[in-house]
Design a protein. Structure first.
Length: 371
């Protein structure tokens, strides 16, 4: 796909998202061999005076490695990749693929092995806390299929979303950050959903194009043992090559005490990964005006206009609630009327109803004001 919009995206990623400076090193890691954007990123990195490094990977190759991988091998791979990541100032992770279920038949112990080695040593210990990073998808025909669009229609949608004026969104998010930082009690309601929890003294963080593209969320985390009630997620949720639907979770004093889905046994195995997997590590409100419907890609789905996600597993360091886990599973509920509606209350004050902010200071985050 030859498109001037690719060059615009590359400029935004290098100069806005990671703010690459002269003499800095950036690792461009591409899953799926989408060369057009990689080439554009390399050229933009050089224009900024930086030094690009490129790692090309493939999901089918990764599957073959994981199917036969052993602990010692993955420890060595993690050491090798950590050595490279430790020398970088910035990171761009470009993901694409033709089959979201490529890892569906990988045994649980093999998936854990990668998460506990490369995932921990490279990404959680180095990339996330020590580099400026951004992760994005690249449009493919399979993504268009999941979004129920033609390929051309999806490409137009993709670039509208990814080349949004994120600096405008960034300013509009300030009021929500201030309000969340003052809030103690949160209540979420909707179809088969009524949850309460506290976010007191846990920072709110705005995401406006610096870490994810597409972007558009403000996140925090619940006080670990404060979550009580029930939630019924209304979007499909892919995880480790399987798409979960009709997920319902019941909480008592922060812990998931009951979990059901289209594969209840499988989802409970995930929540039994470790102690922290049954506690929540993130609560975030999605506001991207161009993303209206789920497409089974979490980088898009978690930003859906009028949504929130409530995430079992690891908490982020900058909104840390002391929950630690080898999983971090963003599950999404949409509260717009066509998805059943719903409300968000902060300290018993209604701040969003049926996906629209209803108090004046937050109205700039409604979709017509962000496009």
């Amino acid at each position: 796909m030859k498109d001037s919009r690719i060059e615009t995206l590359a400029k935004n990623l290098i100069n806005y998202s990671i703010k690459l400076q002269k003499g800095e090193k950036v690792l461009i890691e591409n899953f799926g061999l989408q060369r057009e954007l990689v080439v554009a990123l390399v050229k933009e990195a050089y224009k900024a005076g930086g030094y690009p490094f490129v790692s090309l990977k493939d999901h089918q190759v990764d599957r073959a490695l994981m199917m036969g991988g052993i602990q010692e091998q993955y420890e060595m791979m993690a050491d090798f990749e950590a050595e490279v990541m430790g020398k970088m100032d910035a990171y761009i992770g470009l993901r694409s693929g033709h089959n979201i279920n490529e890892f569906a038949d990988i045994p649980d112990d093999k998936m854990k092995l990668q998460g506990q080695t490369i995932g921990q040593k490279v990404h959680r210990d180095i990339r996330v806390p020590k580099t400026r990073w951004v992760v994005l998808r690249y449009p493919t025909s399979s993504m268009a299929q999941l979004a129920k669009m033609s390929t051309e229609q999806f490409e137009d949608f993709y670039f509208n979303v990814c080349n949004l004026d994120y600096s405008k969104m960034d300013k509009a998010m300030d009021a929500l950050v201030v309000l969340m930082n003052k809030t103690d009690k949160v209540r979420l309601t909707g179809n088969d959903t009524d949850l309460t929890f506290s976010i007191k003294d846990i920072p709110a963080i705005k995401c406006s194009g610096q870490m994810n593209i597409p972007d558009g969320e403000v996140y925090t985390a619940p006080v670990r043992d404060s979550v009580n009630g029930k939630i019924s997620y209304n979007t499909p949720s892919p995880y480790n090559g399987f798409t979960f639907e009709n997920v319902q979770l019941t909480f008592k004093d922060g812990k998931i005490v009951e979990a059901t889905a289209n594969n209840t046994e499988r989802i409970n195995k995930i929540f039994d990964t470790d102690e922290g997997a049954r506690y929540i590590g993130e609560f975030a409100i999605g506001v991207n005006p161009f993303i209206q419907h789920p497409m089974q890609d979490i980088l898009f789905d978690e930003k859906i206009d009028g949504s929130f996600h409530f995430t079992p597993g690891q908490a982020y360091d900058d909104a840390y609630n002391e929950n630690n886990s080898n999983i971090h599973w963003d599950m999404v509920m949409i509260q717009r009327p066509e998805y059943g509606g719903g409300e968000i209350y902060f300290d018993d004050v209604l701040i969003r109803k049926d996906g629209r902010f209803v108090i004046p200071e937050l109205e700039p985050l409604n979709p017509e004001n962000l496009k």
